[in-house]
Design a protein around this ligand. Structure first.
Ligand SMILES: Cc1ncc(COP(=O)(O)O)c(C=O)c1O
Length: 474
């Protein structure tokens, strides 16, 4: 690492950031600067220093000044000089440990599990690198100079237009670019809508599904929003229990995490509730493109764009690291959300927005989604088949959709199964992790299996390990 850094620095003539200042002339200043760099850890033990000539040229000093400084530091033991391997930082020098002078040692990073079946991540080995690069290159090439100034909080027009077309075509969303606000993902959208810092475009109490993403509940709680759990069954949330809440957050295409779609009658009923009560439905369309048994059911927003806020992101289709998402809003909320974002775009990189706009407009996004749909469908089929053969008493519930499946476990076995899985290096979540603390639903034992998470080559081993830790029939 140190070797390559210095070699690289030499090759590209990079500045080693040596400040020549203080008393005693250039030679003394260079000695002090090099000593400091070694002592502070910027030049690590074993690092090869640039040849006299290139450092002299960089610093604007005579070659002999550098040669003398190196010689002095060799004599002091800071550096070593050996024929053929140049001048290096001596191995025994230890950088200062104090925070003021040296770099902090990074905390040790936890190694990932052997078999990662945690939900929440697409197969990151399948990120469309070539297509993304091509789109980014094209987008940068044709971007006008104003792109590199502060961004518009609504998001780039190019992206909002591409999204309006894409969401209408693939999800039945009624979206004009003027109703779309770009953000960094669904979590950010919720913060913008409910965050008290920005005046709170919406207020609680907010009804949520009895099982859902704890992360969302917590961020809403932090914003002072009380979440009220709705009971759930195989047809989704019991929306006839909505009472005095001002809004309801739902995952209508594929209930997260239990996996059913919201029944057509409930879709209609929740919109009727919103109309009658002046309420709002927040539609979290987190994996709406991935339906394997039939064409995806369109977005709820299509039923009433004035009563439904549609939220989506690229976190499941591309990667949660890209941090790009969107809100399709009733017009009356656009101004408030933009005010909550502030005067300049501070969240979603404008260059990434242009890259995504090109990916959408060129059709590369559609091709990627299609490819991933096939891959995840095959993964789900393999999971279902492995269970049929090796654990037929374990039922996979929910529709064939998305990036995760729920395996129902015999009552009382969830915790022990998760512990057995952990001992075998299998990481996955239990249903209990997603249960709203105030729901009166009876606890259900189950595993939430993120079958999209491993790479293709790691999937079979993960499946085998999973089957090995499932409880026997009772
Ligand atoms: C239920 C649910 N909603 C939304 C998201 C996406 O969140 P974000 O767009 O903030 O990455 C996820 C996870 O990817 C999710 O599981």
């Amino acid at each position: 690492m140190a070797e390559s850094w210095v070699n690289h620095a030499e090759r590209i003539g990079a500045d080693l950031h040596l400040e020549l200042s203080g008393p005693g002339g250039r030679r003394a200043a260079l000695i002090r600067a090099l000593r400091e760099a070694v002592r502070g850890g910027r030049l690590a033990p074993g690092t090869r220093l640039p040849p006299y000539r290139s450092l002299a040229a960089d610093l604007g000093v005579a070659r002999n000044t550098v040669a003398d400084a190196y010689a002095e530091l060799v004599a002091e033991g800071w550096l070593t000089a050996r024929q053929g391997s140049g001048t290096r930082v001596a191995e025994r020098t230890l950088p200062l440990q104090s925070a003021a002078h040296g770099p902090r040692k990074a905390p040790p990073r936890a190694r990932g599990p052997r078999h990662d079946l945690r939900q929440g991540t697409p197969d990151v080995s399948a990120f469309p690198r070539a297509a993304w690069l091509a789109s980014y290159r094209r987008a940068l090439h044709k971007a006008p100079n104003e792109v590199f100034g502060p961004g518009d909080p609504a998001g780039r027009r190019e992206l909002r237009e591409a999204l309006a077309e894409y969401l209408a075509r693939t999800r039945g969303v009624r979206a004009e670019p003027g109703r779309i606000v770009i953000c960094s993902g669904v979590a950010h959208a919720l913060r913008l809508l409910f965050g008290q810092d920005s005046g709170g475009v919406l207020r609680g109490p907010l009804a949520v599904e009895g099982y859902g993403l704890g992360f969302h509940r917590r961020l809403l709680g932090d914003a002072g929003v009380r979440t009220v759990p709705l009971p759930l069954d195989a047809h989704g949330a019991l929306v006839d229990r909505l009472r005095r809440e001002r809004a309801v957050l739902l995952t209508p295409a594929h209930q997260f995490p239990t996996g059913g779609p919201l029944h057509p009658e409930r879709r209609a009923a929740v919109v009727d509730w919103a109309r009658a009560r002046g309420g709002l439905v927040l539609e979290d369309d987190y994996d709406g493109e991935f339906r394997y048994d039939r064409k995806p059911v369109g977005a709820l927003q299509g039923l009433d764009p004035e009563r439904v806020i549609h939220l989506g992101s690229v976190s499941k289709t591309l990667s949660p690291a890209v941090r790009l998402g969107w809100m399709v809003l009733p017009e009356r909320y656009v101004g408030g959300v933009l005010a909550a974002k502030g005067e300049r775009e501070a969240w979603a990189s404008v260059l990434d927005q242009l890259g995504l706009a090109d990916l959408l407009a060129s059709g590369a996004y559609d091709r990627h989604v299609r490819r991933m749909r096939q891959r995840y469908r095959a993964r789900r089929n393999r999971l279902v088949q492995a269970l049929a053969e090796r654990a037929p008493h374990i039922e996979v519930t929910g529709i064939a959709a998305g990036l995760h499946a729920v395996l129902r476990l015999p009552p009382g076995t969830e915790r022990a199964t998760l512990e057995a899985a952990a001992r075998q290096g299998v990481a996955l979540d239990g249903l209990a992790d997603f249960r709203h603390p105030e729901t009166d639903l009876p606890p259900d034992d189950g595993l939430v299996v993120g079958y999209a998470t491993p790479s293709d080559h790691a999937y079979q081993a993960a499946l085998d390990a999973l089957c090995g830790v499932l409880p026997p029939p009772q």
